[in-house]
Design a protein around this ligand. Sequence first.
Ligand SMILES: Cc1cc2nc3c(=O)[nH]c(=O)nc-3n(C[C@H](O)[C@H](O)[C@H](O)COP(=O)(O)OP(=O)(O)OC[C@H]3O[C@@H](n4cnc5c(N)ncnc54)[C@H](O)[C@@H]3O)c2cc1C
Length: 530
Amino acid sequence: MKMLSLLFPLLAIALTEASQTPLNVPTVPNDSVQLCCTALSEALPSLVHLPGSAEYEHQQHTYFILQHTDIQPSCRVSPATTSDVSFIMTTLTKHSCPFAVRSGGHMTWAGSNVVGGVTLDLGRLNEITVEEEKGLVKLGPGNKWSSVYAAMEPYNLTTVGGRMPEVGVGGFFLGGGISLLSFQHGFGSDNILNYELVLSNGTILNANASSHPDLFWALKLGSSNFGIVTRFDVRAYLLKPNVWGGIRAYPITPSDTPTLISNWVSFAQSAAAKREELQALILGRWRKGAVEEVATIWHASLDDVPSSPLSTAPPLVDSTRKTTLLDLVDDLQSSDFADKKRNRWFTLTVKLDAPFIWDVFEHAKEIFDELELEVDGMHWDLAFQPVTEGFVTASEGTGGNPFRKVLMESEDDLAIACFLFSWTDPNHDSAMNHASRTLGAWSESLARQRGIFNDFVYLNYANDEQDVYGRSVSKGDLERMKEVKGIYDKEGALGRLWRGGFKIPGNDGESIKGEGESKVHYESAPRSEL
Ligand SMILES: Cc1cc2nc3c(=O)[nH]c(=O)nc-3n(C[C@H](O)[C@H](O)[C@H](O)COP(=O)(O)OP(=O)(O)OC[C@H]3O[C@@H](n4cnc5c(N)ncnc54)[C@H](O)[C@@H]3O)c2cc1C
């Protein structure tokens, strides 16, 4: 360890931290959970799965991040109807059983599984009903975006959904949702017309603009605060038969890449919305034998007209083409990005600014250089997603959402940054978490110094340490959300029992999640390094 700490100080500190706290040890007596699993098995025998059963193991192995698979609930339950969800919720609250809820299982920290508790897997709630004449699609939360697009394509319709086929409808909408249609129609949740949900007392209700309108508004950034959504009714939009897109990837060089980034910023500011093209910029580095550094522009245009390359350098890869939306989205599944690994993400929002992006990349190299040789399968990406004015104002006509005001505080066009870190060996968790925290804090501080910082923390990209509600929702709107929560979860059962997701802070300013998770180490996410 002495030699190692001289060569790789960051890794050495982190490995020491990791050895202090064993991961994934339930520390609460689980009598109540046994009671819940037994009561649920008796009432819904075919829907409850115990450790060792084929279905339990299958569900455990279909999460996106490996940290989720490490977590072993006492039983998993697969409701097939809304009434099942209501019965399950009543049972869980009656016996005070900690639980988690999973839709597509793509949350990037372990927020949809629970050590020693009960995990509801919503995969069987996978209804898709296209109501063409009403311009509407009704989606069960068990769907993934590939099935939604496949079901809508025959009607030449689509919706404001995710860009990766395996991401779940549930988590995507409850955190906002950035889509290829966002330049015209805002966030995914701006397009929801009705939520059917089950409250903590088992009541089933519909929230929309005329029935429970405050709850309807709050659910647009609802996460795990208000109830389990059993159906999302969402606006459908006409889809042209062909779209255009794919990736253009270039080697990263100090002579070419800063120009590429500037061109990307200019395109986002002036042309993106007009062309209905969402371009994401990803600067990535990984080691497969040699170190590879690649700048990728992910082009996705709902027009089938190609846009020009943003670099004059010869691309390493150019997969841009005229194709279908489903094909374009499916393509991403086969990319490196979709590999199952251990993950940690970090997000921040800044004014669109090319020098900042390049400086963060250079600093990331310094931080990760010393880890790269030691951490198995390490790969990191810095992804930037433009959020220009049209994108934000698109939510105006739909009743608004709780996070618009904070985004609107900046007069400039913004970028939501998402830093993605992945690796394979659990022994490197602490080193990677530590390094990603260091880069995140450094980047935020640089953005503040340069006057380009925006408070918004995008829920769907945030990690469990990021203060999503405290920063992304204005003070007044946060008070309104707390009031809504008080009305629909009177006893605070969801704050106490539902593990994972982001929690609206309690009225005393304390995060309900912090309270539940730190006092009782019964949590969804291993927090050994905290
Ligand atoms: C590869 C990849 C690509 C991504 N692409 C995009 C993208 O294009 N745009 C974007 O905005 N985000 C994207 N994300 C982020 C993604 O939207 C979030 O990770 C989201 O939480 C995933 O939803 P899920 O249902 O798959 O996850 P899950 O892990 O199943 O759930 C996430 C959270 O939502 C809660 N939840 C799920 N369903 C319900 C429900 N019905 N009722 C109440 N609570 C529920 C869970 O309890 C959990 O807290 C991507 C993530 C990954 C890993």
